[in-house]
Ligand binder design. Structure first.
Ligand code: URA
Length: 267
């Protein structure tokens, strides 16, 4: 095969979302029939590191639910949480990601936003919301007189799903205890869930984002003094495709600003 056709084949693969080399040698999937059992079998390299970390988690799926449910709750500081997330080998996405994307902004802010997962740009830089959607999120924050000095930003997933595919329920479940601890440590006055994945997984709802947004929820984490005022908005990546939803988002942003002001007045 000539260099030109190799390059166009590579472009075709990247265009189809296969932009990460996971195995050292290519697998001909027309020849190999992989059983479900093989897919779920833990990678021994992941198991070895998890055992060293005593986390007993493998293959992207928690096989020690108790560990996942209890361990992050004992973490007392954001720095400890960041280190635990960086050392955690229980999510397969980490194997293909370049960086762990933990958070950005001011952890002392009264406003916390949680998105879905890092994209390509975020994965490269290790910072959430720095690509096109991130620039729109910055403009949305500016519309309510906020920036990354007065807001704290993270995601439900700390690693980029290859090719920006949708995260699986297992990947979300395995990261959620860390995300909940993250919220409990920041204790924002107002929590904004950015997009359907964050809204559904944290509020444990099955409706679509169009039904979830525009309402307020009392998010009770347990261990936090008072439930947190929580709402959801359309994801900026969705708004970039569906400009007609900006009007509703503007109303949501105004409601967030009003809620923040009422907290400031109460002191
Ligand atoms: N989309 C997200 O949900 N999070 C990011 O960090 C970037 C894009």
């Amino acid at each position: 095969m000539g260099a030109g056709s190799s390059l166009s084949l590579l472009r075709l693969l990247v265009g189809a979302g296969a932009d990460e080399a996971i195995e050292e040698l290519p697998l001909n999937r027309y020849v190999h029939k992989v059983s479900k059992e093989q897919i779920r079998r833990p990678d021994p390299r992941v198991l070895a590191t998890s055992r060293e970390n005593t986390s007993s988690v493998a293959s992207g799926v928690a096989n020690d639910k108790e560990f996942l449910a209890s361990s992050p709750r004992t973490i007392e500081t954001l720095e400890e949480l960041r280190m635990s997330v960086e050392a955690f080998d229980g999510c397969q996405l980490k194997r293909t990601a370049t960086n762990t994307v933990f958070a950005d902004g001011n952890p002392k802010a009264d406003l916390m936003l949680i998105g879905e997962a890092p994209g390509a740009e975020e994965d490269r830089k290790g910072i959430p919301f720095v690509g096109k959607a991130g620039h729109l999120l910055d403009r949305m924050l500016a519309a309510i007189d906020r920036d990354r000095g007065s807001a704290y930003i993270t995601n439900v997933l700390f690693w980029r799903p290859p090719g920006n595919r949708n995260p699986t329920a297992e990947e979300i479940d395995v990261c959620l205890p860390f995300v909940k601890r993250h919220i409990a440590l920041v204790q924002p006055r107002v929590l904004v869930l950015v997009g359907a994945v964050a809204a559904k997984s944290l509020l444990d709802l099955t409706e679509g984002i169009s039904r979830i947004r525009g309402k307020w929820y009392s998010y009770d984490l347990g261990g936090v003094d008072t439930p947190i005022d929580t709402t959801a908005i359309f994801h900026p990546a969705f708004l970039l495709r569906q400009g007609n939803k900006k009007r509703e988002t503007w109303q949501d942003l105004i409601a967030i600003r009003t809620r923040l002001s009422s907290h400031q007045e109460r002191g």
